[in-house]
Each structure stands twice: as C-alpha cells, then as structure tokens.
Ligand binder design. Sequence first.
Ligand SMILES: [Fe+2]
Length: 250
Amino acid sequence: MTRPAAFALASALALAAVGAAGCAPVVAQTAPAPAPAAATPAPAAFTLAPLPYGYDALEPVIDTATMTVHHSKHHQAYVDNLNKAVAADPALAGMTIEQLVVRAGTLPAAVRNNAGGHWNHTFFWETMAPAARVGAISPALAAAIDAQFGSMDAFKAAFKAAGTARFGSGWVWLIVGADGKLAITSTPNQDNPLMDVAEVRGTPIIGNDVWEHAYYLKYQSRRADYLDGWWQVVDWGKVSARYAAANAAR
Ligand SMILES: [Fe+2]
C-alpha cells in the first residue's frame, strides 16, 4: 500500500470510530488496559570501586581469602544496602557519600550504617598498599606524631591499645582535630569521626577496620597481632598527603 493510500485508510477508520462512539451506548471496556511502560530503573547511586591492588597484594599480612570476601562480599553488601536505603527516601536523592556521613545522626539506621560502611571501607583500601610499594612518611607528619605521642613507637602502641579496647566491632582512627592536633579515636560499628554522632570528631588520615571479618581467617581471635602486622601495609605516602590536605583545609 502506498503512503497516501495508507493515510487515507487510517483516516477513514478513525472517522468511523468517532462516528460509532458518538451514537453507540457506552459499554463496559472489555479489552485489557495496556500495561504501563516499565519504568527505567534509576542508576545505582553508589558503586563499588575495584581495589587499587590485587586481592593477594597484601599477603602475608592480610591473606587473599580475607581480602576477597571483605571487598567483594562485605563492602559490596554495604553499597547494595545503601542504594536500597537511599532509593526508599527521596529526600536523600543526589547526596554524596560525604553528605550522608556528616548528617548520619539524622538519618535512618540503615543509611547511617551502610553509608559509614561504604565510606570507611573505601578509605581503608586506600590507606593500604603492598608492603613493597608503601610510600614514605613526610617530615611534617613525622614531626607531628613525635610532638603529639612522643615517638612513632609510642603512637603505634597507643593506636594498638585503642584498637584492642574497641569492644565488638568498629574502627580505630588517627585524625586531625579542629585544633590541628593529631588524635587517636575509635568508633563503634560503621561510624567514623566525620559523623555528627562521633564522640571525637576530626578528619581521618588513618583508619583500621577491627571487625572480625577483617582479620579472623588468618588471625582468629588475635586482634592485637593483626594490629601489629598491619603497619607493614600502611601507605605512609598516602597518609602524609591526607595530613597535608587536612591542614590546608583548616
Ligand atoms: Fe570491614
């Protein structure tokens, strides 16, 4: 059928339908209503980035199985559950992870816990590097640690004490406070020092995960041994850059 012919036929059918509707009694609609078009799902607000190194890159300090499960299962679950929680509350649409974290005390527990879980783990992966590739501490940070704690060894001992004292699950942190001074603090669950609910607030520059899922396969109940060994894979170059940025932002 040519296009003009098809147009003429369609027009005739349309006119006939109008005419029929105009004089026919109203009858119940028997044809099924067309199904609404499937809504295009919104893209997930948050995604899990790959590790900046391989799952086996922190051996023997952190074993491959622990790294694999920790990143691909635990961290993935925080991301997935955060996306679900945010999707359920339009008021949170478009917020960054940092915007969620700083107002955690005003948010539902599912958002607070999973936003913290996502932020904390991203920060944790980036705190570490393979032992052969960790950077050197900056003179400024080394001096600040000496000034605040007496020595690097004394700092590590205090950090370990805070990590072992954390009852249950949580994190231990080195932060830069509002006064510019370094401080060690610990948070429960997936809270962190950026949160409005933190007992001690500040800008984290080191964070260690002391949940059992971070160390149990290799260290079992020996959290203190995990805390001791962990320093071998702390990237002091990265930590020093964070220290400089925290001071520059004050
Ligand atoms: Fe963890």
